[in-house]
Design a protein around this ligand. Structure first.
Ligand code: FAD
Length: 470
């Protein structure tokens, strides 16, 4: 294998979140020599699982919505089995409207009867399912605009509004439909009904050879840490932690990457970190990229875990949890996931675990609160909703300022401009949750696709021969 002498490699990957780790693993499988450099003491980025007093506490993502074969392929390569979320719990999701928790319909009959929407609102959704106007013109519409044109304003407010905050930590009227749900972007311009949009998507999937039935929500025994630990172990000493990358410089044909533990020369470099940091590193190599990446808006997101004895919670917690659309302002909450109803081993026997989701664009100040303040406010906010009777036996908070990109209108055009700039810099790539989706499944899909491109590039390029500076 080329480039095995210390200090030289074919590809340096900056950042060992799920993006960098998956990319590193996919490149190694293709016979490419890589070094993955991570600033922190451990890999995984925002994916971190803590075990405490018999509870499993996910500090970042909680589960993975698998939408493609790529995730399953990765697990197959790693010899890892995922655990499906409890199917019954997953089907029962709630949205709060006017202070009351109401179940989200999952079938046409459920839609007809749902108390979440007025009769007029329900009929408007049904009309949109069979007949609704396609987008005209070239506007980058928000999720709210598309939803209200297709299914009416009421459903846009409560259904699209809740989905936006649950998936993207931002409001439906802040987010670009095309950037957030690109797989339906073409259909929204062409089809005259929701049914038509779904059929069109199915045709695209068939044409791309994507399998049916790949949609599932999963986790892992031991939490998402299991996926990170397995990927890290597969990379072995190609993964270097406590190695923050400080600069990347072009030296003739190659790139010299200086990091906290030394330097390494490579034929290609990829950043898999937040956009502003990537802009600072790549700015000297790719003129014009730093301001573009620096302009990607990021928001913070966090979690407060509360564990109780079962008898101290009045609510049945029968379901997945609830989301708060924009009109339901309960600081600092965006929603709440009933963790132990979804993964039964998330809490010890006889106890339950709930997970308050906090921050996002709705509550940016929450990222400046102390952990104690967040716990106190989340507890006080949830108490009347879930009927807490006693004090929690466990309370823990974790938050990630600036970790989640806000795909506003104009985002897709910015991503395109960045890709064009990168096309003029052979051997430089830039990935991360600001491009191609922010969910863990999207990250895996994007990283594996990029691996093919990079492998083709390095195949025609010799590895650098250099001296290691340890
Ligand atoms: C609270 C929260 C809940 C979420 N819930 C879900 C969920 O339930 N399901 C889901 O699918 N998604 C969820 N997400 C989104 C998803 O987890 C993230 O978008 C995804 O994990 C990001 O992965 P990444 O590798 O792109 O970036 P990151 O995880 O941010 O990793 C980047 C890594 O790069 C490192 N780094 C930064 N600068 C440097 C440098 N100069 N040199 C070296 N290393 C550097 C960082 O230390 C970090 O480890 C959630 C996110 C958060 C924050």
């Amino acid at each position: 294998m080329a480039g095995t002498s210390p200090g030289t490699t074919q590809v340096v990957i900056v950042g060992a979140g799920i993006t960098g780790l998956t990319l590193g693993h996919a490149l190694v499988r293709r016979g490419v020599d890589v070094v993955v450099l991570e600033a922190g003491p451990r890999a995984g980025g925002v994916i971190q699982t803590i075990g405490q007093a018999g509870y499993t506490l996910e500090q970042g993502p909680f589960s993975v919505m698998v939408r493609s074969g790529a995730f399953g392929e990765l697990l197959g390569e790693l010899g890892l089995r995922s655990v499906d979320v409890d199917a019954d719990a997953s089907k029962k999701r709630f949205v709060i409207r006017d202070g009351v928790m109401r179940q989200v319909p999952t079938s046409p009959m459920g839609l007809l009867k749902t108390p979440l929407l007025s009769l007029g609102g329900r009929l408007r959704v049904l009309r949109g399912v069979v007949r609704s106007a396609p987008r005209t013109g070239d506007t980058d519409e928000t999720m709210y605009q598309v939803a209200s044109r297709r299914i009416g304003e009421e459903a846009a407010k409560y259904l699209a509004g809740a989905a936006a905050v649950g998936i993207f930590a931002a409001e439906a009227d802040e987010l670009s439909f095309d950037a957030c749900i690109p797989r339906y972007s073409k259909a929204d311009r062409e089809e005259r009904s929701i049914v038509g949009m779904l059929k069109s998507r199915q045709r695209d999937m068939d044409a791309a050879g994507e399998q049916k039935g790949t949609r599932a929500m999963v986790g892992f025994d031991g939490g998402l840490k299991t996926l990170i630990d397995t990927l890290s172990a597969a990379l072995g000493d190609r993964l270097l932690c406590n190695a923050p990358v400080e600069s990347i410089e072009r030296v003739g044909e190659f790139y010299r990457v200086r990091h906290g533990r030394g330097e390494v020369e490579a034929g290609a470099v990829v950043t898999a970190i937040a956009p502003a940091g990537a802009g600072r590193l790549l700015g000297p190599l790719v003129p014009g990229i730093a301001p573009e990446l620096g302009a990607v808006e990021m928001t913070g997101l966090g979690v407060v875990h509360l564990g109780f004895r079962r008898q101290d919670v009045g609510h049945s917690l029968d379901g997945f949890g609830f989301l708060l659309p924009k009109s339901e302002r309960i600081e600092p909450l965006l929603g709440c996931i009933w963790a132990s109803s979804i993964f039964t081993d998330a809490a010890p026997e006889g106890q339950v675990l709930v997970r308050a989701i906090i921050g996002g664009t709705r509550w940016p100040d929450a990222m400046r609160w102390s952990e104690a303040q967040l716990i106190e406010r989340a507890h006080a906010s949830l108490k009347p909703i879930l009927g807490f009777r006693g004090e929690p036996v466990l309370a823990q908070a974790c938050y990630w300022p600036g970790a989640v990109p806000v795909y506003r209108p104009g985002h897709a055009a910015r991503v395109e401009r960045v890709q064009k700039l990168l096309a003029g810099a052979p051997g430089v790539w830039c990935q991360g949750n600001w491009v191609g989706g922010l969910g863990v499944n999207d990250r895996v899909v994007a990283a594996r696709a990029l691996a093919g491109e990079i492998a083709a590039f390095v195949e025609h390029r010799p590895a650098p021969v250099g001296q290691e500076v340890a």
